[in-house]
Design a protein around this ligand. Structure first.
Ligand code: NCD
Length: 433
């Protein structure tokens, strides 16, 4: 079955196909006087007419849920909605695994948002219908990334009038700002941009940098180099690290910041995920003055929204501000994805996890007496219905084996590899709890 639980479930070609399908759908959605009208054409064929989508949202949402539901309705399909965890049996203590078994006996596709890392993969593993991840904890948000890539392409990266091509992303400079630790949109987007050969500069508040594990993975599995950025002007809003394609096997010398960014991607502080840490972070605000600085003079500005204080309202009138367009593109992009997922489901297509394209799946750890070390993993939060499950991967170049949580992608810290097999160092793992 075809599920989209992570951006790693889609190959580069599959991503490009969805973006091209979105591009051919987009002319059917025309904004007139503040509202969207739908033109005749493709949508009259009602490509999703036989299907029912369940949107199962255990966290707040405006854009993601409504754009999925609009896509279904515009294309002739229907929707069932749980817009709020408290209005579902989850409030009575029902596990996600049970809820998913029920939903898959009613609907044809489930679009899931959940606060636990790895929830989408758990749902997919018990589901008899395709599952699309609409954001699981601070893990991933792959369909937001499809919207982000499409917006970057349509508003700046495209070359000429032709189709989307992954080469259009190669060498483009994107500055990503904000809560990189907890922001799931950023995680999926980093993987995709770097797979497409873009260069990404990051800037975060202290303690909110990309998780160490994600950085290690980019280096060992995606062949990405992280280069420290030496800022010459501490008052300017420049980056602190640059990620580019490379060998990823050494620590390069610091470089000055990039002279000109093609895009700036801003995110809000994920207050609901700070877990006791101070939410009193000096977060900064992007203003029209920021865009007057030479590196940003020609950057388009994206934001997955909602914004809190990090984007000034004064930006909205500027041509460079693309975040409302980005939200509007959610409909053609998600419609394209739904058509692809549901058509493949009828044909019996299978999901192949890409794992960065370079690490190879070698099997699974059979000893499941040790829990995932990520306390926000669904297997920790709902342990009775979600037994620990770990894949074994072989890393490129070194051939080293690693164990990885099947649900949330957290690597096993206490493992032993010998004779081509990987198992837990159970004593060490238990000692750290
Ligand atoms: C994002 C999310 O839910 O992760 N919102 C969205 O889907 N557009 C970003 C956020 O909430 O900050």
């Amino acid at each position: 079955m075809r599920h989209v639980t992570s951006i790693a479930d889609l190959s580069d070609d599959e991503i490009v196909d969805v973006l091209n399908a979105a591009e051919s759908l987009r002319p059917h959605f025309v904004a007139r006087g503040g509202r969207t009208e739908v033109l005749r054409g493709f949508l009259d064929k009602r490509p999703l007419e036989p299907f029912i989508a369940a949107t199962l949202f255990y966290e707040p949402s405006t854009r993601t849920r409504l754009s999925f539901e609009t896509a279904m309705l515009r294309a002739g399909g229907r929707t069932l909605t749980v817009a709020d965890r408290e209005s579902s049996s989850a409030a009575k203590g029902e596990t996600l695994a049970d809820a998913m078994r029920i939903v898959s006996s009613y609907a044809d596709v489930c679009i899931l948002r959940h606060p636990a890392d790895g929830a989408a993969r758990l749902a997919a593993s018990v589901s008899s219908i395709p599952v699309i991840n609409a954001g699981d904890g601070s893990h991933e948000h792959p369909t937001q990334t499809l919207c982000d890539l499409y917006t970057l392409w349509a508003t700046g990266f495209r070359r000429g009038a032709g189709k989307v091509d992954k080469e259009h992303f190669r060498g483009k400079h994107v500055a990503i700002w904000g809560d990189l630790r907890n922001g799931r949109t950023v995680h999926s987007l980093m993987y995709a941009l770097l797979r497409f050969g873009a260069c990404v500069s990051t800037r975060s508040s202290p303690d909110l940098d990309l998780p160490h594990e994600l950085r290690t993975r980019l280096s060992l599995e995606y062949g990405v180099e992280r280069i420290p950025v030496r800022s010459t002007d501490p008052s300017s809003l420049t980056a602190d690290a640059l990620y580019v394609e490379g060998k990823g096997d050494h620590d390069p010398a610091p470089r000055p910041p990039v002279a000109a960014y093609d895009a700036m991607y801003v995110t809000r502080l994920q207050k609901e995920r700070l877990q006791g840490a101070s939410s009193d972070v000096d977060y900064g605000t992007v203003t029209p003055e920021t865009l007057k600085q030479p590196p940003f003079a020609n950057s388009v500005v994206l934001h997955p929204l909602p914004r809190v204080s990090e984007l000034s309202y004064d930006l909205d009138a500027l041509e460079q501000a693309k975040y409302f367009q980005q939200a509007a593109y959610g409909v053609p992009v998600r419609l394209a994805l739904l058509v692809s997922v549901l058509t493949e489901w009828l044909k019996g297509g299978e999901t192949t996890r890409i794992y960065g394209g370079r690490a190879a799946l070698r099997g699974a750890i059979s000893d499941t007496t040790v829990a995932c070390q990520n306390t926000r993993c669904i297997s920790q939060l709902e342990p009775r219905s979600t037994p620990p499950r770990f894949d074994v991967l072989e890393l490129p170049t070194t051939g080293r084996l690693v164990g990885r949580c099947f649900y949330c992608d957290t690597d096993v810290r206490h493992g032993v590899a010998s004779n081509g097999r990987f198992s837990f160092d159970t004593d060490a793992a238990k000692a750290i709890g």
